[in-house]
Design a protein around this ligand. Structure first.
Ligand code: AP5
Length: 215
C-alpha cells in the first residue's frame, strides 16, 4: 500500500501515519522527521534546512526531492510506504511522480485530515516531543506518565522550536498558499479522501481504517 498523508500542521498526520505503519507493515516516511535528523546531525542538508524550518517556511523543493528520492529507493519502501508531509508543493507532486515512475509503482490513495485553526494551535502548543527517540505526547490529550519525561526512553521532553504560536500561524499560512493546491491536484486524479481530524485520535483512526477497508 502506497499512501500520502496531507493536512495542516498539527492536525495529527504523524500520529495516524505511525498507526498505519504498524497496521499495514510499511514504513512511515516523514520529511519533517528526516529533516530534523539532518539538522541534529549538522549535515550540509540540515544546515541548509534549519532556518526555513525555524521560521515556518518550506525547505526548497530540490533539497526535499534529493532527500525523499533517496529514501524511497531503499529496500524497506519496496512493498509500500506512508508518506507524511510530502508532497507539499505542486512541484513536489511532479518530483514524486518521477520517483514513482522510476521505481515502477503508483499511489493507492491520498488522505487529507482537517481540523479548525483553534484546535490546531491547541494541539501544537501542547505537543511535547522526545529529542532522543522521537515519541510524541500532548500535555492534555496524551500526557506522559511522568510530567515532562518520555515514557519510552526517559529523556526530557521538549517543545519543538517551530511550535510557538507565531511560527504556527506562519506554517498555517504557508499550508494554505502552497500545499492546498496539492490536494486539488490529487482530487483531480481521483485519489483524495477527506478525513475529519477533529475527534480524538481513536475516532480518527476508526475513520481511516474504514476508508482503507472500503478500498
Ligand atoms: P513537519 O514535521 O512535517 O510538520 P507539520 O506538517 O507542520 O506537521 P506536524 O509534525 O507539526 O504535525 P502532525 O500533523 O504530524 O501532528 P501530530 O500527529 O504530531 O514539518 C516541519 C517543517 O519541516 C516544515 O514547516 C518545513 O519547514 C519542513 N518540511 C517538512 N516537509 C517538507 C516538505 N515536503 N517540503 C518543504 N519543507 C518541508 O499531532 C500534533 C499534536 O496533537 C500531538 O501532541 C498529538 O499527540 C496531538 N494529537 C494528534 N491527533 C490528535 C487528536 N485526534 N486529538 C487530540 N490530539 C491529537
Amino acid at each position: 500500500m502506497r499512501l500520502v498523508f496531507m493536512g495542516p500542521p498539527g492536525v495529527g498526520k504523524g500520529t495516524q501515519a505511525k498507526f498505519l505503519e504498524s497496521r499495514l507493515g510499511v514504513p512511515h516516511l516523514s520529511t519533517g522527521d528526516l529533516l530534523r535528523v539532518a539538522v541534529k546531525e549538522g549535515t550540509s542538508l540540515g544546515r541548509r534546512a534549519k532556518t526555513f524550518m525555524e521560521e515556518g517556511r518550506l525547505v526548497p523543493d530540490e533539497v526535499i526531492g534529493d532527500l525523499i528520492g533517496e529514501r524511497l529507493q531503499r529496500a524497506d519502501a519496496g512493498s509500500g510506504f506512508v508518506l507524511d508531509g510530502f508532497p507539499r508543493t505542486v512541484e513536489q507532486v511532479a518530483i514524486l511522480d518521477r520517483v514513482l515512475a522510476r521505481i515502477g509503482c503508483a499511489l493507492d490513495g491520498v488522505f487529507i485530515l482537517r481540523a479548525s485553526e483553534a484546535e490546531i494551535v491547541r494541539r501544537l502548543t501542547g505537543r511535547r516531543t522526545c529529542p532522543r527517540c522521537g515519541a510524541v505526547f500532548h500535555i492534555e490529550s496524551r500526557p506522559p506518565k511522568s510530567a515532562g519525561i518520555c515514557d519510552t526512553c526517559g529523556s526530557a521532553l521538549v517543545l519543538r522550536p517551530d511550535d510557538t504560536e507565531d511560527v504556527i500561524r506562519e506554517r498555517l499560512r504557508v499550508y494554505e498558499e502552497q500545499t492546498l493546491p496539492v490536494a486539488e491536484t490529487y482530487r483531480g486524479r481521483g485519489l483524495l479522501r477527506e478525513i475529519d481530524g477533529t475527534g480524538d485520535a481513536e475516532t480518527v483512526r476508526g475513520q481511516l481504517e474504514a476508508e482503507i477497508v472500503r478500498r
